[in-house]
Write a new protein. Structure first.
Length: 255
């Protein structure tokens, strides 16, 4: 088990479950817990619930299960994402758009790593009861158990407030037309735009708001024509990474 992961769990216990810390290079990142966000991870990432219970038992940890789930999610996804993209994100960018940001843990981490103030916009839906939308999943895996209701926008706002991230703004997915005056240096989407949702959904918004020298990084499904569509949108496309059901691409010079 990762030593830094264990130390983060210990830090949460020491803080009386108020926050956990992460050592990232020379930076010590502090992330405050918010109850709905912890529940979101436990419910939404249900396939990792047994892993969390096993970790809790192995460490004999008294940390509340949903908080342990959030830390596990952070190390399973967020740390890997930021490490993977470290060479592609300029330290000089001033504006970021994250499409399908989930609870925004990546953005909280990135925000703390910048040495200057960066404006973030996070797009999410108000309510989510379908957790998978790609066609390769069985129908019976697509619904949350026990009629669980997840409210991403409300949860995002609570977590940003808890972490004093007042430069991170939340945009409802059905109100993006009100934000066409925005301009972004970096557009991100992890396992969402082009993976869960068709690229057409936010294509025009990105075209209208991406700066001329801006870049787009997104995970694209290998089961449909998302990769082909992405290539058609940019003059320069770079494959960054790939996994079992998606590939991560960077696009420059949008057409």
């Amino acid at each position: 088990m990762n030593t830094e992961f264990i130390e983060s769990i210990k830090s949460a216990v020491v803080s009386d479950e108020k926050f956990f810390t992460v050592n990232f290079g020379s930076n010590v990142i502090k992330i405050f817990f918010e109850e709905d966000s912890c529940n979101w991870v436990w419910d939404y990432k249900y396939q990792y619930q047994q892993d969390v219970l096993n970790i809790k038992a192995e460490l004999n940890s008294g940390l509340t299960t949903n908080k342990l789930a959030l830390i596990n999610y952070f190390y399973t996804f967020i740390i890997k994402d930021i490490t993977n993209l470290n060479n592609y994100i300029s330290p000089k960018i001033e504006s970021v758009l994250d499409i399908g940001a989930g609870i925004g843990l990546f953005d909280i981490l990135l925000n703390q790593l910048f040495t200057h103030k960066v404006a973030f916009d996070l797009i999410e839906v108000e309510s989510l009861d379908n957790i998978e939308h790609v066609r390769n999943n069985n129908a019976d895996t697509k619904k949350l158990e026990n009629n669980t209701q997840i409210n991403p926008v409300a949860t995002l706002k609570k977590l940003m407030t808890m972490n004093n991230a007042n430069n991170i703004n939340i945009i409802k997915n059905n109100s993006i037309a009100k934000h066409l005056d925005r301009r972004y240096d970096l557009v991100l989407s992890f396992r969402s735009w082009g993976f869960l949702y068709d690229l057409n959904l936010y294509e025009e918004f990105v075209k209208n708001t991406l700066n001329s020298d801006g870049i787009v990084i997104t995970d694209l499904s290998i089961y449909d024509d998302s990769i082909e569509k992405f290539y058609s949108l940019f003059n320069e496309v770079i494959l960054i990474d790939e996994s079992a059901n998606n590939k991560r691409f960077l696009g420059k010079n949008m057409k």
